[in-house]
Design a protein around this ligand. Structure first.
Ligand code: RB5
Length: 142
């Protein structure tokens, strides 16, 4: 199950991503926000990190205007590795190397075409399970 949330700066892109997930037959839970009315992105970051740390979802997608604020907020939570990606190379690498469990996107940065490819790359790439990568992840949160 994928947890997804945004602030007002990510609302339009979130609608596109949810349509895409539906087309792919992937299950997701939408934690808001529900319009382009201004809201506070840390609140929405926390809804998704709670879903992941609580075990009801295993991956997350967070979108704000730049992707920066919402990824900073998510990364404060133990067990969360949120990766802000603007291209498919980093989306692939962060799954293989960092076992990132949240993809952060900037709704004012990437267009929908690229964003959907980044989402697919992130969701479809497994962690490498290489010992060196696991060791480095473990060193982030001893
Ligand atoms: C909201 O205007 C904007 O600051 C927010 O979406 C995000 O880009 C913060 O990092």
């Amino acid at each position: 199950m994928i947890a997804i949330a945004c602030d007002h700066g990510g609302y339009v892109l979130k609608q596109e991503i949810m349509k895409h997930l539906q087309k792919r037959g992937l299950e997701y839970q939408d934690f808001g926000c529900d319009s382009e009315e201004p809201v506070d992105y840390p609140i929405y970051a926390r809804k998704v990190t709670d879903a992941i740390t609580g075990g009801s979802c295993d991956r997350g997608i967070l979108i704000c205007g730049t992707g920066i604020g919402i990824s900073i907020a998510a990364n404060k939570v133990h067990g969360i590795r949120a990766a802000l990606c603007t291209d498919c190379f980093t989306a692939e690498a962060t799954r293989q190397h960092n076992d990132a469990n949240i993809l952060a996107l900037g709704g004012r940065v990437v267009g929908p075409g690229l964003a959907l490819k980044i989402v697919d790359t992130f969701l479809d790439t497994p962690f490498s399970n290489a010992e060196r990568h696991q060791r480095r992840i473990d060193l982030i949160e001893p």
